[in-house]
Design a protein around this ligand. Structure first.
Ligand SMILES: *Cc1c(COP(=O)(O)O)cnc(C)c1O
Length: 354
């Protein structure tokens, strides 16, 4: 039986994407060859890469607006330093809203001075700092749209006077936003787009070429743009599967269609957390993530019963991250509303038993 998969990442993908990807592993488009055993320079693969790149821009509403999409390797974690290498000349401002944000700050500090515009670290990152100033003479401002571990999400973005860079690893393609307000967006595929192994980077080209340092080729956005995201062998399977997911999303009606589903799932999940006296939400209400709901079970004695019930209902991976504890239900694009219904049912059944 297929499980209700609430994994935080790598995470659930649409069933039809998994089926198509598995067919292509054996025989791509009746070519007699697997998609992972053909040259990345072949027409078949070049088409896949170009399709993936243009679908990403199209879904974000960034086509024809000076942006380029790349599918790179090394995870979002490599982007923490790539951003600094490509954009940091003197000083940058970072919003410290979670552990991933803190890691991005740590990497950028290797290269130059970093100023934390605001931080919610003192409250174990249970809210998004607001009302901070972004200095106008810095190179860029960096933020994290969704804090996967803590379950907080930026609902609004500052009107940044300098280029705005955003780590969207865990909520890319999940909600309508004016994506032109960002100059660089990056996201590891494995949360809302595809298998681990590739990272989407969307860059407004005119922010590049402004630093004086030499940039190693593999870390240089300009090199990857000039080579059509094929400077070296791309992660072909991860790119192909991401392309399938982006096509799936487009066929559904794009981001505005999936956003409505995501809102339904989040509303159902949080109303159970709020109404059921056994549970307590972790994140500040105004900043609650539509993707990752974090909550605790107030009575420790019920832990084993709850977890047995979850298992029996086929609910997988709702354990919280070690730095928060409790539970985390990740509700990415591919998670059906029925899975949230199943989880909420178990929670309310626990209440009636307690
Ligand atoms: C998972 C995650 C990362 C790290 O991604 P990797 O691909 O494992 O390097 C970075 N930022 C956020 C917001 C994440 O959720």
């Amino acid at each position: 039986m297929k499980k209700h998969n609430f994994s935080a990442g790598p995470s659930i993908l649409p069933q039809e994407v998994l089926l198509k990807a598995s067919e292509a592993i054996v025989d791509y488009n009746n070519s007699g060859l697997s998609v992972i055993e053909i040259s990345h320079r072949s027409k078949d693969f070049v088409d896949i890469m170009e399709n993936a790149r243009s679908l990403a821009l199209e879904l974000l509403g960034l086509e024809g607006k000076g942006y380029k999409a790349l599918f790179l390797q090394g995870g979002a974690s490599t982007q923490f330093l790539a951003v600094a290498l490509n954009l940091l000349e003197k000083r940058a401002g970072y919003l410290n809203s979670g552990s991933w944000a803190a890691k991005s700050i740590k990497e950028a500090k290797i290269y130059d001075d970093i100023y934390e515009v605001a931080s919610s670290k003192d409250a174990n990152y249970n809210y998004i700092p607001k009302g901070f100033d972004i200095p106008t003479d810095y190179d860029y401002f960096h933020c994290t749209s969704n804090n996967t571990i803590f379950g907080t999400q930026m609902k609004a973005f500052p009107n940044s006077p300098i280029p705005m860079v955003c780590d969207m690893s865990s909520d890319i393609f999940s909600r309508t936003l004016d994506y032109t307000q960002f100059d660089l967006i990056y996201a590891g595929a494995q949360k809302n787009m595809g298998p681990a192994g590739t990272t989407l980077v969307v860059i407004k080209e005119d922010i590049l070429g402004k630093v004086s340092r030499k940039i190693p080729s593999m870390m240089d956005y300009k090199v990857h743009i000039d080579k059509g995201s094929m400077f070296n062998t791309p992660p072909v399977f991860a790119v192909y599967t991401s392309m399938l997911t982006l096509q799936w999303l487009k066929d559904l009606g794009g981001i505005s269609a999936i956003e409505k589903e995501n809102e339904k799932k989040a509303r159902l999940m949080y109303s159970e957390i709020d109404l059921n006296p056994l549970f307590k939400g972790f994140a500040a209400k105004a900043d609650r993530s539509m993707m990752n709901a974090t909550f605790t079970l107030e009575n420790d004695n019920l832990k084993d019963t709850f977890e047995t019930m979850l298992k029996e209902a086929g609910i997988s991976a709702v354990n919280g991250h070690r730095s928060v504890g409790g539970y985390r239900a990740s509700m990415y694009n591919a998670l059906p509303l029925d899975s949230v219904k199943a989880l909420v049912e178990v929670m309310s059944e626990l209440e009636s038993k307690a």
